[in-house]
Ligand binder design. Sequence first.
Ligand SMILES: NC(=O)c1ccc[n+]([C@@H]2O[C@H](COP(=O)([O-])OP(=O)(O)OC[C@H]3O[C@@H](n4cnc5c(N)ncnc54)[C@H](O)[C@@H]3O)[C@@H](O)[C@H]2O)c1
Length: 330
Amino acid sequence: MGQLVAVADSVFPTLDPARAVLSKIGAELSLANQPTPQDIIKVARDADAVLVTYAKITADMIQQMARCRIIARFGIGVDNVDIAAATDAGIVVTRVPDYCIDEVSDHTLALLLALARKIPFANSSVQTGRWEMSATVPIHRLRGRVLGLVGFGRIPQLVAPKAKTFGLKVVTYDPFVPPDITASAGVESVDFATLLKVSDYVSIHTPLMPDTQGLFNADVFRQMKPTAYLINTARGAIVDEVALADALDARQLAGAALDVLSQEPPTASPLLGRDNVILTPHMSFYSVESLVELQTKAAEEVVRVLTGQMPRNPVNPEVTTSRTERRPTA
Ligand SMILES: NC(=O)c1ccc[n+]([C@@H]2O[C@H](COP(=O)([O-])OP(=O)(O)OC[C@H]3O[C@@H](n4cnc5c(N)ncnc54)[C@H](O)[C@@H]3O)[C@@H](O)[C@H]2O)c1
């Protein structure tokens, strides 16, 4: 029998790019009916590999995956997979760290420009019969304003040069990035408190981890300029959304643009229905081209592991392919 690759969930119009790669080793794809633990386990229980987008892959589910050798994330962040449980079970977890750097950096700039120029508000005014430039005041010139990048990994390293072409000054807070990287990018490295104090736009680019969960809380919003805007294209749970809504009500900051929310899709978010909040449906990563690249690269990791090679981007490299090969297949 050929190898079986379970797909826990998919938001993609097609899985053809992944299917094309996996067909080279005769592996078949099986997509869960719904992204619920029960339906995912139905297809993952006897699968040799699991591909996952946003569905949570918990320790309990991992323990029921009798044959699985790799969980490959269709994406950059792996916060939805219990890495420790996968490691204990001898399952390699991989991610695709480099498929949508252009798209997310473009989307960050698109959100920044939409906030700065009040495009969504102006558009909905005109569409509802109000041709009033005066309704958009005040708008400030971008040149000379400060953009603070929280995290200076791959994506913000491409946001920085794009922002500079608009005349923005860029500062960053990332305690793990060596100074030569920020210096050669022409970006000033500052501590977190300074970034909050000086930035007119604060853009979040850290992974979601225990120490970044709720990092943007009431105390942080109090430290931002009342004229500042918050942009989040990273992960929703990095922002305390109730505290953000309170800070907007208290005019502690001017507005926000969020591509990610703590609950997706949102049901009763206090951020819905506000003129000074722009929301997009977790789409920063998307372009026709990035999706092909994402599915191809994630499926190639599956092929590598199922054919006894080392994956390129494991997040738990201590789990070697030789160890996974020794897993019982029953
Ligand atoms: N909205 C989307 O569609 C979308 C798409 C891709 C990625 N993302 C998110 O964007 C995030 C950033 O992507 P990337 O490619 O730049 O990641 P990356 O892995 O290249 O860089 C992450 C950076 O965050 C820094 N960091 C970690 N903890 C920090 C902290 N507490 N404070 C400040 N910096 C910290 C690290 O040192 C690293 O430089 C990802 O983790 C992912 O969750 C979202």
